[in-house]
Ligand binder design. Structure first.
Ligand SMILES: Nc1nc2c(ncn2[C@@H]2O[C@H](COP(=O)(O)OP(=O)(O)OP(=O)(O)O)[C@@H](O)[C@H]2O)c(=O)[nH]1
Length: 547
């Protein structure tokens, strides 16, 4: 529904009310908005305020709320509640990007342009009017933006009766069948004629639009046209007509109303009364004129002051917000930096630990490798006892030591009997297992300080420290018996071996290893020769132990 014709609008609204129980909740909100518009058109702004607020706050429809805001903004301006008007204008400006429909955007821009124009902010008003041009909805024309632009230019004193902008707005609004806006544009034209002292042209315009103004019943236009008519007649010297029109204007005014139109009407009456020499009337009108003039001037300055105040508040809030957000940003950055520093030091610690662990692991591996190599260099790979070379080296060292302190030792040369048969009969792996088993059996009879080495194949050497000859024979025989008495169970087979042992002692051979070895080997040779599985000490002296 469009408000070209106020009477028609009121009639259709009444029709809608008859079917209101059948309307959806969304349609009910639309109806409430239209009711408020009707009150505004009637000049009953107070009755319109509440429903418009309700629609803005509770309809849940951003576009309808924007339209209601536009209507409320016009009302607040008309009722001189400028501070509230500017507050609402700010909200509307912020909400502009949220609007979905061109219609609500168009109305918002229009209301803002109108309000800013009234506040004397003609440049902003012009800007908003130009923005309206770019968002004309389907059901609207260029009439409204053209009018807002002309009104802003007029207020900025940049318009003459001959200006193309004015001719254009009258043309577009007439073509668009917008009687209220056309009348408003025509009233601007007539006021410009009055200013330019062309009262006949002004009167001609006023006469031409009079039927429309009466039909529209738009109060500001009624008041304006009567006031302008009075001025036109006064300029033409038609005092009676001027007085009649001025008095009509005063008669329709609301009690206590302050307006530029009333001021002009009273000025006309004062001038005529003075001209007529009617001092009492002249004084009376003059007093009323002063009241209107003072009030009108105040009224004009109030929106400008309110604008400055609100602008100041907005600016202060913006600055506060900016400084707050700056502080917050600094705080956040500080926290981020602190967090980063903690993170970095944690990273360093982790890296350090990883590095240290790596070094420790590397050292352990190195040590392990060293030990492995050392073991490989000194131990026999199969049995784990000393290898030949290391056994000889260690034996020499111990013997030198014993010699220095006059201690004694016995050297056992042990060879397994017919070991080849084990290999040949049961395989090489079985032979290896037997060798490992024999070493374990021997170890059970040796002391920790004794040296035990594999001299090669199935031949072993044992250096018994601090051990005299007889004791060595006893140990050797215990070992021999243990070997014989502990066959190895291997893959379900009992592998039985015996050993022959030759003994040499430092008592007889001295501490030179080579000599000891020779004698031990000779004793072993005898043990073998004499039938194996026996112990022979100090070859040549005949001491032997038989099974
Ligand atoms: N399984 C195994 N056999 C070995 C190893 N070293 C040497 N032999 C074997 O031991 C055997 C020694 O044989 P011989 O020297 O003939 O001596 P024997 O058979 O014990 O006879 P006598 O010593 O005369 O009693 C050989 O068959 C070698 O191959 C070894 O590390 N593992």
């Amino acid at each position: 529904m469009r408000i070209k014709d106020h009477r028609l609008f009121a009639q259709r609204l009444a029709l809608l009310h008859r079917v209101s129980p059948t309307l959806t909740p969304a349609e009910q909100w639309q109806l409430k908005y239209l009711d408020a518009l009707e009150s505004s058109l009637d000049g009953n702004f107070a009755a319109a305020t509440e429903p418009l607020r309700d629609v803005i706050d509770h309809s849940g429809d951003v576009d309808l709320a924007a339209k209601a805001s536009a209507a409320l903004l016009t009302n607040l301006t008309a009722t001189h509640r400028y501070e509230a008007a500017f507050k609402l204008a700010n909200e509307m400006t912020l909400n502009l990007p949220k609007l979905r429909s061109r219609e609500s955007r168009f109305q918002t821009l229009g209301a803002l342009s109108q309000m800013l124009n009234f506040a004397g902010q003609t440049e902003l008003a012009t800007k908003y009017a130009q923005m309206m041009m770019n968002t004309i909805p389907e059901n609207a024309t260029e009439c409204d933006p053209d009018f807002k632009l002309a009104a802003a230019l007029s207020n900025a004193d940049k318009l003459r009766s001959s200006s193309t902008e004015l001719a254009r707005v009258i043309k577009t609004c007439t073509a668009a069948h917008e009687p209220v806006v056309t009348a408003a544009a025509e009233l601007i034209l007539s006021s410009l004629y009055l200013k330019e002292k062309q009262p006949s042209k002004a009167l001609s315009v006023l006469n031409q639009i009079n039927p429309t103004v009466i039909k529209n019943r738009y109060y500001p236009h009624l008041l304006s046209s009567l006031s302008q008519r009075a001025q036109a007649y006064e300029q033409l010297g038609q005092d009676e007509n001027a007085k009649k029109a001025a008095k009509e204007a005063i008669a329709i005014a609301k009690p206590g109303e302050i307006s530029g139109y009333l001021r002009s009407a009273l000025e006309v009456l004062y001038k005529i009364a003075r001209k007529e020499g009617n001092a009492a009337d002249a004084l009376n009108y003059y007093e009323q004129f002063v009241v209107q003039d003072k009030g009108y001037m105040n009224d004009l300055s109030v929106p400008v002051i309110a604008y400055q105040t609100v602008q100041q508040k907005v600016l202060t809030q913006k600055l506060e917000a900016e400084s707050l957000s700056k502080q917050n940003r600094i705080l956040t950055l500080q926290q981020e930096l602190d967090a980063k520093a903690v993170e970095t030091s944690r990273l360093y610690i982790v890296l350090l630990l990883i590095g240290l662990t790596g070094i420790v692991l590397w050292l352990l591996r190195l040590k392990h490798s060293q030990l492995r190599f050392k073991r490989m260099a000194t131990r026999d790979g199969l049995t784990g006892i000393l290898n030949h070379q290391h056994f000889i080296n260690e034996s020499e060292r111990q013997l030198r030591h014993l010699e220095r302190k006059s201690g004694h030792a016995s050297l056992l040369w042990m060879d397994l009997d017919h070991f080849k048969q084990i290999n040949d009969t049961h395989g090489h792996a079985a032979g290896d297992a037997v060798l490992r088993h024999i070493v374990a059996v021997c170890n059970d009879h040796l002391r920790p300080g004794d040296l035990f080495g594999r001299l090669g194949g199935e031949e072993f050497g044992i250096l018994l420290l601090e051990c005299e000859r007889d004791h060595a024979i006893a140990i050797a025989d215990r070992i021999r018996l243990a070997i014989e008495g502990n066959p190895l169970e291997h893959e379900g087979m009992m592998l039985k071996v015996s050993a022959s042992v030759g003994i040499a002692s430092t008592y007889n051979a001295g501490h030179a290893l080579q000599r000891l070895c020779r004698q031990a080997d000779a004793a072993l040779y005898r043990a073998k020769r004499d039938g194996r599985n026996r112990v022979i000490a100090d070859a040549g002296e005949g001491t032997s132990v038989f099974v």
